[in-house]
Ligand binder design. Sequence first.
Ligand code: PPS
Length: 285
Amino acid sequence: PSKDYLFKYKGFYFAVKNTSLEYVASLEDFEIKDSDIFLATYPKSGTVWTQNILSLIIHEGHRNGTENVATMDRIPWLEYRTENKDYAALPLPRIFATHLPYYLVPRDLRNKRACIIYVTRNPKDVMVSYYHFSKYISTLEEVPDFNVFMERFLAGKVLASSWLDHVAGWYSHAEDFNILFLTYEEMKKDLRSAVLKICNFLGRKLSEEEVDSVVRQAAFENMRKDPRANYENLPDDIVAKDKGSFLRKGTVGDWKNIMTVAQSERFDKVLKEKMKILPIKFIWD
Ligand code: PPS
């Protein structure tokens, strides 16, 4: 990948324009508070969706519409856009989103402090979503066509590196963390159950009506209309607003609309056999 877009730290690709090597190296010593909540994902796996759900669960003012705080201010990215953030001053519980692999997160998380929610998604949909996103976000390397992107994705030459390494790493080190695993597809199939799982994991008791309200507001169509959830206030040097949005389609199986049979077979050949090590059954369509 082009050096203008990505740099590597301990085998993992970060965006040049959004962070620095010194900063990501410092995160292992990042000070954890026991009440902290971390949302960890490989890109395009349901991060913004789960960010919104967490904000709706934790912040009554978000749920009942009395507060208007942008998602990225409420749940900042641990490793990105750090220049104007005072993380120590955030109200408790702090919530962070991160694409970090298990081995680069703050060391204290490995002592089972704080809560981590890890969301994963079938990798064909991840790749297709990532392809569209690469055209939208100007801090990512340009992609001439889908085939080129697929080869980069399969080789792990994209921001956040290899999908399989990310997912396998988090799953195989689950015992080191206080962690809840969710899949995009189960959230899609039964959002209410997923919301209840999260509440249960975080020890948050919401009334039936409050849960209904979270589920309603986290539905794709409703989030799409909400500029906070859709990251509509990102600066122009980061996004090409005419070329898409964070909330694009929000479906399971969109890969079938773009991948040819040959591409799908190539993908299966490179990745599907290796995926057998994962304790997850993915829903592909
Ligand atoms: S990022 O850039 O890593 O934070 O992207 P991420 O948020 O992980 O993934 C974006 C995809 O999630 C979809 N999305 C949703 N799907 C269903 N319901 C809701 N509420 C929702 N919110 C976001 C979003 O549309 C992206 O998927 P695609 O397939 O591109 O539509």
